[in-house]
Each structure stands twice: as structure tokens, then as C-alpha cells.
Design a protein around this ligand. Structure first.
Ligand SMILES: CC(C)(COP(=O)(O)OP(=O)(O)OC[C@H]1O[C@@H](n2cnc3c(N)ncnc32)[C@H](O)[C@@H]1OP(=O)(O)O)[C@@H](O)C(=O)NCCC(=O)NCCS
Length: 187
């Protein structure tokens, strides 16, 4: 990527699906990439995941990055905060460490804040997501859909997009049906 290279971030369309799959395979490798491709496909069809925000990063029209945000809700019910989960995020290995992942996350968070989302969760690298404002969710009384193994507990993070959005009572996050499998929650 030269200094003149222009990265564009836009919402994905059905025409991007093949490129998003190729990208996930390249970024996550084998066999994890194939599982992620299946997950993205399932999430995009999953009514319980909506509203979905699917963003691609392109360079000269070629998809080099992708991020997906899907709806989650909190249990017990009664906390009416709109919440989303960031998963997965991928940048093509040829274009990593150039800020593209960061641009995707930042653009997604801006869009979610503009549409009234108060909380965003992620199960990801604790060395990466705090730069966007994410911090450990468990110690704030917000548990993951499935118990996170103790050694990875820091990977379960939350970002409060709207001050005061974190409920006072302990809550559990309920994810979209396509993500409701313990295999996605080990990190
Ligand atoms: C993680 C990923 C999305 C980051 O995208 P990117 O465009 O390379 O990220 P950015 O350029 O915005 O940020 C680069 C930073 O991410 C850090 N980073 C990249 N991969 C990381 C990892 N696995 N763990 C912790 N930090 C990581 C880099 O060290 C770099 O940190 P620095 O800015 O302090 O030097 C990308 O590396 C990727 O697709 N990896 C493979 C798939 C994956 O692991 N996805 C995340 C699932 S939670």
C-alpha cells in the first residue's frame, strides 16, 4: 500500500459475499477460515441477528477487509439498551497492520452510535480492542452467552457507546442463533 492508496469503507452487498469469503479464508487460514465463512453466511441469513451491520474495506474496488456487527440482547429482559456484537473482523494478510482493521471498527462504531446502539461487545484480542475503548466486560457484570475459559476471560470486552448504557444489575448477553454454539466462545 503506497501513501496514495485509498481505502474505502462501505456497507457490503450480496455481490461482495464471495470476496468476503475469500478474505476470511485468507485471514483466518485453514481450518478456522472455513468455519468463519460458514458463520458469516449463517449470520447474514439469521433473523435473530438483525439489525446487521456488514462493512467492507476496499482498495481500488477490491475487498481487503470486512467486519460484521450483529444484534445481541441482554437477559434478564427489561434492560432496553440496544446492543451489538462485533464478530468477525478480518483484514487480508497482504494489507494487515496498516490501519484498515481500525478504520472498519471505527466506522462501524460510528454507525452503531448514530443508530442508537448503546453497547457493543467483542470476544477478541485484549491487545487490540482497548484502543477503540473496549474493556473487560465480566468485571462490569456482563457475562458472555457461554462461559469464557478463565485464561481468556480478558478477551470478553464491552464498549459503552452511550454513557449509562450498562445496566445496574448483572446481565447475560444472548447472541444471534447462528452464534449460539459454545465452539465460538472459547477464544
Ligand atoms: C486482527 C486484524 C483484523 C487487525 O487488522 P489490521 O488491519 O491488521 O489492524 P490495524 O492495522 O488496524 O491495527 C494493527 C494493530 O493490530 C495488532 N494486531 C494484529 N493482530 C493482532 C492479534 N492477533 N492480537 C493482538 N493484536 C493484533 C497489531 O499488532 C497492530 O498493533 P500496533 O498498532 O500496536 O502495532 C487482522 O490482523 C486479521 O485479520 N487477523 C486475522 C483474523 C483475526 O484474528 N481477526 C480478529 C478476530 S477477533
Amino acid at each position: 500500500m503506497t501513501p496514495m492508496t485509498r481505502v474505502e469503507i462501505r456497507q457490503s452487498t450480496a455481490a461482495d459475499l464471495a470476496a468476503i469469503s475469500d478474505l476470511a479464508l485468507a485471514a483466518f487460514g485453514i481450518p478456522e477460515g472455513a468455519e468463519i465463512v460458514g458463520l458469516i453466511d449463517a449470520l447474514l441469513r439469521d433473523a435473530t441477528a438483525r439489525p446487521v451491520l456488514s462493512l467492507v474495506a476496499t482498495i481500488d474496488g477490491v475487498v481487503v477487509g470486512h467486519v460484521l456487527f450483529t444484534r445481541v440482547r441482554l437477559e434478564p429482559a427489561g434492560t432496553d439498551v440496544a446492543a451489538a456484537l462485533l464478530a468477525p473482523l478480518a483484514v487480508h494478510p497482504d494489507h494487515q497492520s496498516r490501519g484498515i482493521g481500525g478504520q472498519l471498527v471505527a466506522a462501524g462504531l460510528r454507525h452503531l452510535a448514530d443508530t442508537g446502539v448503546g453497547l457493543v461487545f467483542v470476544l477478541g484480542h485484549p491487545g487490540y480492542y482497548p484502543r477503540f475503548g473496549f474493556s473487560a466486560a465480566g468485571m462490569r457484570g456482563l457475562s458472555a452467552p457461554y462461559p469464557i475459559p478463565e485464561k481468556n476471560v480478558d478477551a470478553w470486552m464491552v464498549l459503552e457507546l452511550r454513557a449509562g448504557a450498562i445496566p445496574n444489575a448483572c446481565s447475560r448477553v444472548v447472541c444471534a442463533d447462528a452464534l449460539a454454539d459454545p465452539k465460538y466462545w472459547r477464544e
